[in-house]
Design a protein around this ligand. Structure first.
Ligand code: G1P
Length: 291
């Protein structure tokens, strides 16, 4: 079985939910505490054994490329001023993994964006990671859990969790049979159903391991929900001729593409930081007393 060493991060969206911030700054560069959201995704990939990352960008996303590049001027200044910790942090970002970029010329949906990864995949399975979903698991990163499942089962794996029934219309929803603790064999998939039409509350949450057969399926996928070419629809086509599984991953997932989820991540990530925890929790306690 081919090992999963490549990850694809679609990052071409306009980020309209974060306007005006995203007018000139890619939404993937908006920081949680002091680190751009896309860096958390890249770190999860690296900590899961991924060696190459393809970021699918679009117009106005140059800041993402600069972030993962060397920054000669900044590094020179930090070195001169003996700011070793900061210098280390800046260098680590550009050295942690090989990052490749391709620009999606038209915005025709997530499935269309992923189809740009065909050459990069070169016949190997790929991980697809969506930047709006940040998942925390200190023991085993979400993507590593999924790679392990892929190695056990040998088919595409969709990362899922059960969501509140009222939220199903935000997600790709999975219908399948449970084959073991936390694992389903997928029978059908539906993108963003109305709650009354949703077969289950099991939602795809931004992590996928996908076999190369997906590219032929994407070519055959018509426009779906929202008039876009949906990855979920292509995965449904794939499930018709090879097994596709869903894995209920362990970890806390934040929807950072949504203002409320972003605020929760900001507060909780700050509380997890040793350098901020004490002062910030004291502040929160005082604030809470005033509410
Ligand atoms: C995308 C996918 C959807 C998935 C979701 C996870 O939707 O199309 O199937 O459940 O990500 O966050 P988007 O959030 O881009 O509308």
């Amino acid at each position: 079985m081919r090992k999963v060493t490549k990850a694809v991060i679609p990052a071409a969206g306009f980020g309209t939910r974060f306007l005006p911030a995203t007018k000139a700054v890619p939404k993937e560069m908006i920081p949680i505490v002091d680190t751009p959201t896309i860096q958390y995704i890249v770190e999860e990939a690296v900590n899961s054994g991924i060696k190459d990352i393809l970021i699918i960008t679009g117009r106005g996303k140059d800041a993402i490329m600069n972030h993962f590049d060397n920054s000669f001027e900044l590094e020179t200044v930090l070195e001169r001023e003996n700011k070793t910790e900061l210098l280390k942090a800046v260098r680590e970002v550009s050295q942690m993994v090989d990052v490749h970029f391709i620009r999606q010329k038209e915005q025709k949906g997530l499935g269309h964006a992923v189809s740009y990864a065909k050459q990069f995949a070169a016949g190997e399975p790929i991980a697809v990671m969506l930047g709006d979903d940040v998942v925390v698991n200190d023991k085993k990163p979400c993507l590593k859990q999924m790679i392990d499942k892929y190695e056990e089962l040998g088919g595409s794996i969709l990362g899922v969790q059960t969501v509140d029934h009222s939220q199903v219309s935000k997600y790709g929803i999975v219908d399948g049979e449970k084959i073991s603790d936390r694992t389903y064999k997928v029978n059908s998939l539906v993108e963003k159903p109305r709650p009354e039409d949703a077969p289950t509350d099991v939602a795809i949450l931004g992590r996928y391991i996908i076999t190369p057969g997906i590219f032929e399926c994407l070519e055959r996928t018509p426009k779906g929900a929202g008039g876009e070419i949906q990855l979920t629809d292509a995965l449904f086509l794939l499930a018709e001729h090879e097994p596709v599984y869903a894995y209920d991953f362990e970890g806390k997932r934040y929807d950072v593409g949504n203002k409320m989820g972003f605020l929760q991540a900001t507060v909780e990530f700050a509380l997890r930081r040793e350098d901020l925890r004490d002062e910030f929790s004291e502040y929160l306690k005082n604030l809470n007393a005033q509410l």
